[in-house]
Write a protein that binds this ligand. Structure first.
Ligand SMILES: Cc1cc2nc3c(=O)[nH]c(=O)nc-3n(C[C@H](O)[C@H](O)[C@H](O)COP(=O)(O)O)c2cc1C
Length: 201
């Protein structure tokens, strides 16, 4: 489909011993095999946030993230489910930017030790990503009972590779389609003409 899409991945928890890291690292490797996708790995653990501020006033402290999202055609978020929500750290990182996300796509990936694969955490993210101007794809990836899926080295067990292969294909298919569609739309109609961006000025 022509030029590559830049779709960074954001790992959404800094918890010691996080299982979500295994999912994120596995998915990152899969993304790198997609010929339409260029990617980069962001980990909320690497952001040294101040403890008395939030939001866009901090964005210049995190220029690598900012520059990546400016360049990006979308984002993939790997989020554990914490009490049917997502981590506070993930919210703080997402809040660093606003119009940089605008009219770009997002794919959501839920991780849980329970049987629902982080679905409720993913659902809780929907109003947040919408407010950021991201356009969410219909298909999520879900990793229930996550400690059964990977071995102690973080490799996915072979039976799960088989299970996830078709899900990945659909997820990437939708993500790539939506990222291209939005990229074409942004090229056709510059962001500055969007009513929402005008309101932000
Ligand atoms: C504060 C907290 C709340 C949690 N709440 C849920 C939950 O609501 N549902 C669930 O299935 N698992 C829940 N878990 C378990 C996580 O889903 C589990 O640790 C999983 O491995 C993903 O999170 P991790 O990447 O931090 O390991 C919770 C874990 C923590 C630390």
């Amino acid at each position: 489909m022509g030029t590559k899409l830049f779709l960074p991945l954001l790992l959404g928890t800094n918890r010691e011993g996080r299982e979500s890291e295994k999912v994120a690292r596995w998915l990152f490797e899969k993304m790198k095999t997609q010929e339409d996708i260029e990617t980069a790995f962001f980990d909320v653990r690497d952001f040294k946030l101040p403890d008395n501020d939030y939001g866009e006033s901090l964005k210049d402290m995190f220029s690598q993230y900012k520059d990546a999202i400016v360049k990006a055609d979308g984002l993939v978020i790997v989020s554990p489910e914490y009490n049917h929500g997502y981590s506070g750290r993930l919210k703080s990182i997402l809040d660093l930017l606003l119009k940089e996300y605008m009219h770009k796509t997002v794919g959501l990936v839920g991780v849980s030790s329970g049987p629902w694969g982080g679905t409720r955490g993913v659902e809780a993210l929907l109003p947040v990503v919408r407010e950021l101007g991201l356009v969410v794809i219909k298909r999520d990836l879900r990793f229930p009972l996550v400690s059964n899926i990977f071995d102690e080295k973080g490799n996915m067990k072979s039976e799960f590779e088989e299970l996830y292969a078709p899900q990945l294909q659909t997820f990437f298919g939708e993500l790539i389609w939506m990222a291209h569609a939005l990229k074409n739309a942004r090229n056709l109609t510059p962001l500055e003409s969007s009513a929402r961006v005008k309101m932000m000025k």
